[in-house]
Design a protein around this ligand. Structure first.
Ligand code: BTN
Length: 252
């Protein structure tokens, strides 16, 4: 399918912009990049803050973009994990010791402890016709990645950045590497689901084997993800398959 690529100097949020367009009936495949976001969003209603383009220099310290396209997968769970696997493999290679790790369900970490970026998956229904499970929806995959080191005010650990992974990476180079593999991954997910991504996620799983606390306060040990992308947590009441929750890693 043809894709249009658009670069905006500034927008509130690339994901908000594509969702607004979809609600207005504009559902063509689009990759929207912003040099500066004024109201970037994360999961669970959080803000995603990134430094805007450095004035007068043109340097873009964070890569913020969203990819929107119609998709009709069997189910949506696992999609943000499949995106995370794809981003990590494109930027980190598939060597024996992965440096970019994935924290279920949507964080990219560098090594085991610092956040490199995040993924936000949203969908909009098409305006007309009854909605059924297999009908296409317009999916908007938003990705934010720190590229250059930033001063972390008020954060206990400074965020990680792509320059630590590969000193030759810029926002533009990273995007160039990611764009086509991401489209392919989304189409692959629609056809085959999460299962082919599961072992690739497992290699980078930050939580595996670690003590975790769920948002309801329950504690347990993470045991990887199911072939549908649910987080498996062993708790006092047995193994639970968690499809959506806030997970924090328990200090050991
Ligand atoms: C998270 O860490 O919770 C997800 C962060 C996702 C940020 C990206 S930046 C591009 C796109 N536009 C947004 O407003 N959010 C996503």
């Amino acid at each position: 399918p043809g894709f249009s690529v658009e670069v905006l100097a500034s927008v509130d949020s690339t994901s908000s912009e594509l969702m607004r367009r979809a609600r207005g009936g504009r559902t063509e495949p689009t990759l929207l990049v912003a040099e500066t976001q004024t109201a970037g969003r994360g999961r669970l209603g959080r803000q995603w803050k990134s430094a805007g383009v450095y004035e007068g220099t043109g340097v873009v310290p964070a890569l913020t973009f969203s990819l929107g396209l119609p998709l009709a997968p069997q189910g949506w769970s696992g999609l943000s994990l499949a995106v995370g696997v794809t981003v990590a493999e494109c930027l980190d290679g598939t060597g024996a010791e992965p440096r970019i790790r994935l924290k279920w369900p949507n964080d990219l970490w560098l090594a085991g402890d610092r956040k490199l970026g995040g993924i936000l998956v949203e969908t909009a229904s098409f305006a007309t016709g009854p909605q059924t499970a297999e009908q296409p929806r317009y999916v908007v995959v938003g990705i934010g990645l720190n590229v250059l080191p930033v001063l972390a005010e008020g954060l206990s650990t400074p965020p990680a950045c792509l320059r630590e992974v590969d000193t030759s990476l810029s926002a533009a180079r990273a995007l160039k590497r990611l764009a086509l593999p991401l489209v392919q991954a989304l189409l692959g997910f629609a056809e085959h689901g999460f299962a082919p991504f599961q072992p690739r996620f497992a290699r980078r799983d930050v939580l595996a084997g670690r003590g975790v606390t769920l948002s309801n306060g329950q504690q347990g040990t993470a045991h990887g993800v199911s072939d549908e992308g649910a987080l498996l947590v062993h708790t006092a009441t047995g193994m639970q398959a968690i499809t959506s929750a806030e997970i924090s890693v328990r200090p050991q």
